[in-house]
Design a protein around this ligand. Structure first.
Ligand SMILES: C[S@@+](CC[C@H](N)C(=O)[O-])C[C@H]1O[C@@H](n2cnc3c(N)ncnc32)[C@H](O)[C@@H]1O
Length: 221
């Protein structure tokens, strides 16, 4: 499914979120507090939005690696960068089975990816393992807004989003999948409970736009 939508993925994000995903991604990167000269691993990197932002924030002496299990997403990420950023690389890999040694990275992130992996606790455990003590793991993922706003959002995401996805982006089923999985994925304290199960002693969340999405931060000790 991700290979099918990879060439229209960026346009889809901009159209369906009205550009908001860019602001959320900037916020996520700020919350990760990657040090200048630091190392960052971005999992389920897709076309590399988060990795590109980190490549600016860690500077030339830092290094950022974006990993995704979908080769055509990685092709798009590489084409965007076009060998112009020596501190940024991309490779194909599975978030649930990382090839890196323990304590390899200052910061490990996953943006709108944890909902898609087969075993989120396993991916979170891997993120915890490869992040050094004193580092941070940051996750951004959809959730379920509550109240009247929640009802409006559910209408948008179940009816309008797949309709536009089908019309403009020629892939209704991918946006049906997005709506279905986002509506059911654990959020708020239910998600931090998964982080605790993966080994984090301290994990907290911030909601974005009334709970459409959340940023979770876990400290590695
Ligand atoms: C919705 S996209 C998110 C892309 C990007 N992080 C963003 O925020 O725009 C989800 C990505 O997760 C990747 N993915 C799903 N399961 C994965 C896994 N087990 N390991 C690595 N990547 C995975 C998909 O290939 C896809 O590129």
């Amino acid at each position: 499914m991700f290979a099918d939508i990879s060439d229209r993925y960026d346009a889809g994000n901009d159209i369906l979120s009205f550009g908001t995903h860019r602001l959320w991604k900037q916020r996520m990167v700020r919350m990760a507090r990657a040090p200048k000269g630091g190392s960052v691993l971005d999992l389920a990197t897709g076309t590399g939005d988060i990795a590109l932002l980190f490549s600016n924030s860690v500077g030339g002496s830092g290094h950022v690696l974006g990993v995704d299990f979908c080769a055509s997403m990685i092709d798009h990420a590489r084409a965007r960068v076009n060998n112009q950023r020596p501190n940024l690389a991309f490779e194909v890999g599975d978030a649930m089975n990382l090839r890196f040694n323990d304590d390899s990275y200052d910061v490990t992130t996953i943006s709108f990816g944890i909902r898609n992996v087969d075993d989120p606790v396993r991916a979170l455990s891997e993120m915890h393992r490869v992040t050094r003590p004193g580092g941070r793991v940051v996750v951004m993922e959809f959730g379920q807004p509550r109240g009247v706003f929640g009802s409006l959002y559910r209408f948008y995401s179940s009816k309008i989003l797949p309709f536009i996805g089908g019309l403009v982006l020629r892939n209704r089923s991918a946006y049906d999948y997005l709506n279905r999985t986002a509506a059911a994925f654990p959020c708020r304290d239910e998600f931090t409970a998964l982080m605790h199960a993966a080994g984090f002693r301290h994990a907290r969340w911030t909601s974005l736009f009334g709970g459409i999405a959340f940023i979770y931060v876990g400290d590695v000790e």
